[in-house]
Write a protein that binds this ligand. Structure first.
Ligand code: GTP
Ligand code: MG
Length: 218
């Protein structure tokens, strides 16, 4: 009996690869780096060391028969007052905007971050990128978010797809929030890519385009 190459040895099961650049923004000390460390490295530390400029992390997800590479851009809170965000935002497909539920000023800053993002980055279809709001440190209290209806309305008013209470400390809802964002990006990426790739380029090149990266993870 000849044993032809089968799916089990991977010969015929070429997985589709997606590369998504996702921004993580929000004010100083809200827990952006902690959320990413928890999500990517399953670690948590109470020590606070402010991020300088931008940090990167890569999370690989097996999504049904497809592979999703999430290139997470951890942008320092203090960068809102610098002039580099336009550069950092370039070609991002999605964003998390994070605030600290124990500090109302960080919630007010969410609107400023969203405005900064929308004023500097737009998808080729003219829409703003998929953005999810994260109410972090929910292990510390829920005063700011206990009115879910208000939070839903806030998301509607300010163009967020939705919001999640998260805790990097207790590992709460981070994977769920990421899956929610990825699901949305996947559902809309064909529209977006269609409008990016010029007609003269064959559709097969789509996947190459997705694989190209800004040089951080090569
Ligand atoms: P910048 O890099 O300055 O913009 O800050 P950041 O948003 O990256 O904050 P970072 O992740 O460094 O966290 C700041 C502090 O908050 C650290 O001391 C963390 O341990 C703490 N922290 C982060 N997430 C949580 C959380 O879910 N719960 C609690 N209780 N503390 C948290
Ligand atoms: Mg940080």
């Amino acid at each position: 009996m000849t044993n032809h190459s089968s799916h089990s040895n991977g010969m015929h099961s070429l997985r589709t690869e997606h590369l998504y650049k996702v921004l993580v923004i929000g004010d100083l000390g809200v827990g952006k780096t902690s959320i990413i460390r928890r999500y990517v490295h399953q670690t948590y530390s109470t020590n606070y060391r402010a991020t300088i400029g931008v940090d990167f992390a890569l999370k690989v997800l097996n999504w049904d028969s497809e592979t999703v590479r999430l290139q997470l851009w951890d942008i320092a809170g203090q960068e809102r007052f610098g002039n580099m965000t336009r550069v950092y935002y370039r070609e991002a497909m999605g964003a998390f905007i994070v605030f600290d539920v124990t500090r109302p000023t960080t919630f007010e800053a969410v609107i400023k971050w969203k405005e900064d993002l929308d004023s500097k980055l737009m998808l080729t279809n003219g829409q703003s990128i998929a953005t999810v709001l994260l109410a972090n440190k929910c292990d510390q209290g829920k005063e700011l978010t206990n009115n879910g209806i208000k939070m839903n309305q806030f998301c509607k008013d300010h163009g967020f797809l939705g919001w999640f209470e998260t805790s990097a400390k207790d590992n709460l809802n981070i994977g769920e929030a990421a899956n929610f964002l990825v699901k949305h990006i996947m559902a809309t990426e064909n529209d977006i890519l269609k409008s990016v790739v010029p007609d003269t380029i064959s559709p097969q090149l789509d996947s190459n385009r997705q694989m190209s990266c800004s040089g951080c993870f090569k």
